[in-house]
Design a protein around this ligand. Structure first.
Ligand SMILES: Cc1ncc(COP(=O)(O)O)c(C=O)c1O
Length: 431
């Protein structure tokens, strides 16, 4: 790149970091069109907006933050996180199944992180041997690649959807997953897979219970077959509290263990928890890595490993939301007031998604299966051409690798029909 010429002070891995985030550049296109007076639709951002275009804020969280003592804003948090927050993080990850899993002999631990991104970084930094590949679905959140590359890791992928969907598993390419898993388990010292479920970014896909069970069983069987290979299943729970089955993974885990499948000791299951969306505190950078294992010593060791990694990277995670949210959820009225407001925001998403899927169906626009969360997805060969065609109608979406992301979180319900129509016209123009 011309700008980099002569910048010998930048390391070779520094030189590799290029480009503006594509999401922000398409948001800028929307903003320019709107500023020029166009009746433009914003389907670019990844934050939940009210139908009037303002940022949706969970009022209960906001009110609780505003009355917190000054010292809770100013002070450091303990390096591993406030104990009450760590406890809350486990509950938010596992829901009602927490008791069942703990009573069944599992130990749980957590480390507070700056958002879900921090939790993903902790996992990348510690669960995979440098140079190993981490297993992802081929459609995934773009920054995964950067987190992994930054930790000298590669990626391996399997298709998001099976080519011929079976009735038992219409939304999971189980064979693709197993094939890649076996190949990694036989060639690497560590196997880690990241799964953003439920409410996948960028498609809105959520795996049903049978698919979760099939994937978990395959993973446990691989760990048993390859007892000297570390196995980490990381559930990226960035949007789970807006899903129909927010704690489906904890339920599946409880079911699979109850069916008598033993937990392989070389396996750990983690949740990368983000409070950014569920509590509308994107900028307060609060999340946690939650981990489960049948040996308490393993969990205690992970507490140290993750705490030290955080210390060496960002010091402690911000304190204020850890404090406020652990107090809020500890009070029954606070917890239910938060969930009422969360439900209102969830309904907003639900109405937009239903209207969008209906409008696409009416026009035979083949959007991907989309169930929960912030996004929907149009798979196509030339995503930039499709996004450009939509932009001609002042509908702004995000072209990513393999398709176009529709940010239902940002599109007002009244404009959803226009998005479907723009996609229809793009489909006609590009096919
Ligand atoms: C799939 C996915 N995982 C993790 C995150 C991390 O969120 P944050 O670091 O803001 O908590 C996001 C945020 O957009 C996401 O979309």
């Amino acid at each position: 790149m011309v700008v980099d010429e002569g910048m010998q002070y930048l390391s070779s891995h520094g030189h590799e970091k290029t480009g503006n985030d594509v999401i922000f550049s398409w948001l800028a296109r929307y903003q320019n069109a709107a500023a020029a007076g166009a009746d433009a639709v914003n389907g670019t951002v990844g934050a939940l907006l009210e139908d009037d275009g303002s940022l949706a804020v969970n009022g209960v969280v906001d009110a609780a933050l505003r009355v917190a003592p000054a010292t809770e804003f100013s002070a450091y948090a303990p390096l591993k996180g406030l104990p009450a927050f760590l406890d809350l993080a486990v509950t938010l990850a596992l829901g009602d199944q927490r008791e069942v899993l703990e009573a069944g002999g599992l130990f749980t631990g957590a480390t507070a992180t700056p958002g879900g991104s921090g939790a993903l970084f902790l996992a990348a930094n510690n669960f995979a041997e440098r140079g190993d590949a981490v297993l992802l679905r081929d459609r995934h959140w773009g920054p995964y690649a950067g987190f992994l590359r930054g930790c000298q890791l590669k990626t391996a992928t399997y298709p998001l959807l099976p080519q011929t969907p079976s009735e038992a598993s219409p939304f999971l390419d189980l064979q693709g997953f197993k094939t890649q898993l076996e190949s990694l388990a036989t060639t690497q010292k560590t196997v880690m897979t990241w799964l953003n479920d439920p409410a996948h970014n960028p498609t809105g896909l959520s795996l049903p219970g049978e698919s979760r069970a099939a994937l978990l069983t395959a993973f446990m069987e691989s760990a048993m077959r390859h007892e000297h290979t570390g196995h980490t299943l990381l559930i990226d729970a960035a949007y789970h509290l807006y899903a129909d089955e927010p704690h489906g993974w904890a339920e599946t885990l409880a079911e699979v263990l109850a069916s008598g499948v033993p937990w392989p000791e070389n396996m750990v299951i983690c949740f990368a928890l983000s409070l950014s969306k569920s509590h509308t505190i994107y900028g307060l950078r609060t999340g946690a890595l939650v981990y489960l294992h049948p040996e308490v010593e393993s969990v205690e060791r992970l507490n140290d490993v993750m705490g030290v990694t955080g210390r060496q990277t960002w010091s402690a995670a911000p304190r204020i939301a850890q404090h406020v949210l652990s107090e809020l959820h500890a009070s029954p009225s606070g917890g239910s007031a938060w969930s009422d407001e969360r439900d209102r925001l969830g309904q907003l998403l639900h109405r937009r998604r239903s209207a969008f899927l209906r409008a696409c169906e009416a026009r035979n626009v083949p959007v991907n299966p989309s169930h929960d969360g912030f996004f929907a997805w149009y798979e196509c060969d030339d995503p930039v051409a499709v996004a450009e065609s939509c932009a001609n109608n002042h509908v702004y979406l995000v072209p990513l690798s393999g398709g176009v992301r529709i940010g239902l979180c940002a599109v007002p319900e009244a404009s959803v029909e226009r998005v479907a129509q723009a996609l229809f016209e793009a489909m006609e123009a590009t096919s």
